[in-house]
Design a protein around this ligand. Structure first.
Ligand SMILES: C[C@H](O)[C@H](O)[C@H]1CNC2=NC(N)=NC(=O)C2=N1
Length: 91
């Protein structure tokens, strides 16, 4: 996916930024346990999709980073699809 295609996709993904190599979003949750709950919901969805984000937890904030490793670390439709799911699960 080139930059133009990515920019178009990101315009429909509130909160997400990135480049053709990876996209990311940081979600601020109400509490640390709220962040853990979000991570668990995303983990379930990732298992379901067999596509897994990097997840970094910093107190109440969780940063999700998506890239398709099997394609050499580029953003694919699988990443965009999971980003949409994460947006549906985020508070
Ligand atoms: C064998 C297994 O299906 C693959 O390794 C899946 C697992 N989850 C994955 N997640 C991500 N982000 N990229 C992949 O290429 C990927 N591949």
């Amino acid at each position: 996916m080139n930059q133009d295609e990515l920019s178009h996709a990101l315009s429909a993904l509130p909160g997400w930024t990135g480049s053709p190599s990876a996209i990311e979003r940081t979600v601020a949750c109400e509490s640390f346990m709220g962040a853990i709950g979000l991570v668990n919901r995303v983990a379930e969805a990732a298992e379901e999709a067999n596509h897994h984000p990097d997840m970094e937890i910093r107190w109440r904030e969780v940063t999700f980073r998506l890239s398709t490793h099997s394609e050499g670390g580029v953003v694919t439709e699988q990443d965009l699809a999971l980003a949409r799911v994460i947006n549906s699960l985020a508070p």
